[in-house]
Design a protein around this ligand. Structure first.
Ligand code: NAG
Ligand code: NAG
Length: 137
């Protein structure tokens, strides 16, 4: 009876050692989070997208248009001006209020009125552009 207990304990120790070694093998530095973090967003860069002819990009300061149109969150973007030069990085909600406004009412599927402020991504309508987008798959 006692032998069986010792044997059981020994087996458990071996199993624990194997589990520990597997963890060590997948985490050589030993400081990895043990929980599943795979639900976080995956980000990728999309370069040189042609103009979209999509009026929704100009629909005011709505910060969710990217979610509605692209099913993801644009974290930074650039515009290629008609001169061929590229803008610097714009970050939605940080530095992307356009210096121009919407001068007239629109019947866009996301409607907007005259004299409304918009984001620089309004130029996705008629300019080539690049962006980094993050999506939850
Ligand atoms: C966004 O998701 C909708 C619904 O799942 C789908 O119909 C559409 O094609 C997606 N658009 C993009 C750009 O991924
Ligand atoms: C634009 O829409 C607003 C609000 O609906 C309205 O008050 C205004 O008269 C419209 N402007 C023009 C030029 O139609």
């Amino acid at each position: 009876m006692e032998n069986l207990t010792i044997l059981t304990t020994l087996c458990m120790c071996i199993v624990l050692l194997m589990v520990k070694n597997t963890a060590a093998a997948t985490c050589p530095t030993g400081d990895c989070v043990a929980y599943d973090i795979s639900t976080q967003a995956i980000c990728l860069e999309v370069s040189n997208k042609p103009s979209t002819s999509d009026c929704r990009w100009a629909a005011g300061l709505n910060i969710n248009v990217d979610q509605v149109i692209l099913n993801g969150s644009i974290v930074a973007y650039k515009i290629q001006w008609f001169s061929g030069l590229w803008s610097g990085w714009y970050v939605p909600g940080v530095n992307d209020i356009d210096g121009k406004y919407n001068p007239s009412n629109s019947t866009c599927s996301v409607p907007y009125n005259e004299n409304t402020i918009r984001r620089v991504w309004a130029y996705f309508y008629d300019h080539t552009h690049s962006y980094i987008i993050c999506k939850n798959l």
